[in-house]
Design a protein around this ligand. Structure first.
Ligand code: NAP
Length: 271
């Protein structure tokens, strides 16, 4: 039975396998009750049963296709109405590996729908309640391709860049309202993601592939250390800090009345 006092309920999307299933395990052991969301009911039920036995927490499995409007609305409604929810892990996502010219636009469209639209709608469903209750946490699973989109299909990279930029803006808007945001940028992680994306994991050099257990344990250690952006593989956190300060350093010069001098646009004579 559980020995940890409850930390409230964590709703985890994409909890039926890979990174999401490990988050479920680790968060239950940390004292969260869980709502597990994915399409595969059998897998969710098996995980819920295993974790209930192991941790004594209350664990509910909710089968939903987040690309289906009615299913997504059901999960949004849970986030809007269940005041026990203190943590949302936006983890469900799919990848794509083919270059643009070989890509299938309909599957890329559904990638955007899951990785971007569903994540956005779930965040919008959860955030007002967190603010009203004076606290809550959102963990968004992005990817290293958010800052290195040349590595895989560009639509996938673009979707994960959205998750990073959206998280930066959420932090900016919600930090002083008691809502904590963490965005996690995994590198290659040994999950079914690669089969779904069409590249067997065995095609990647072993030295760049992390286990999902190490990935989640690293991400949660980053969370415990108060990080906003966590890149579990990155050896030197100061590298990210430099990258980020170069980005924020541009801000005062990103909007001016006139084009920069190097463009040689002559001032127009007054009419
Ligand atoms: P995974 O094992 O394939 O997990 C993906 C999860 O999303 C599964 O639980 C899947 O469950 C769920 N899912 C897929 N489509 C869904 C839909 N339409 N509605 C609801 N749930 C859906 O892969 P993973 O590596 O753990 O991926 C988790 C996250 O990590 C993703 O956002 C991915 O982009 C990100 N990531 C992965 C890697 C990597 O190398 N593995 C690297 C960087 C970032 P069902 O099939 O049961 O629905």
């Amino acid at each position: 039975m559980s020995t940890n006092p409850s930390k409230g309920t964590a709703l985890i999307t994409g909890a039926s396998s890979g990174i999401g299933a490990i988050y479920a395990d680790r968060l239950a052991r940390r004292g969260y009750d869980l709502i597990l969301v994915a399409r595969n009911r059998g897998r969710l039920d098996a995980l819920a049963e295993r974790l209930t036995t192991a941790t004594g927490r209350s664990i509910e499995a909710v089968a939903a296709d987040l690309n289906d409007k009615a299913d997504l609305a059901r999960i949004e409604n849970i986030l809007k109405t269940d005041a026990s929810i203190t943590l949302l892990v936006n983890n469900a996502g799919v990848g794509a590996s083919k270059p643009l010219l070989d890509g299938d636009i309909d599957s890329l469209d559904s990638l955007i729908s899951l990785n971007v639209t569903a994540l956005t709608r779930l965040t919008y469903a959860a955030a007002p309640g967190f603010v009203a209750r004076g606290g809550g946490t959102i963990i968004n699973i992005s990817s290293i391709v958010a800052i290195s989109p040349e590595m895989l299909n560009g639509v996938y990279g673009g979707s994960k860049a959205f998750v990073l930029a959206f998280s930066q803006s959420l932090k900016h808007e919600l930090a002083d309202k008691g809502v904590r945001i963490q965005v996690v940028l995994p590198g290659a992680t040994a999950t079914e993601f690669w089969d779904v994306a069409g590249v067997p994991i065995t095609h990647l050099p072993e030295a760049i592939v992390m286990t999902s257990e190490d990935l989640v344990d690293g991400a949660l250690a980053g969370f415990d250390q108060g990080e906003f952006v966590t890149i579990p593989s990155l050896p030197n956190a100061a590298d990210w800090d430099r990258y980020e300060s170069a980005r924020t350093g541009l801000a005062p010069n990103l909007s001016h009345k006139k084009p920069a001098e190097r463009y040689g646009v002559a001032p127009r004579a007054a009419a």
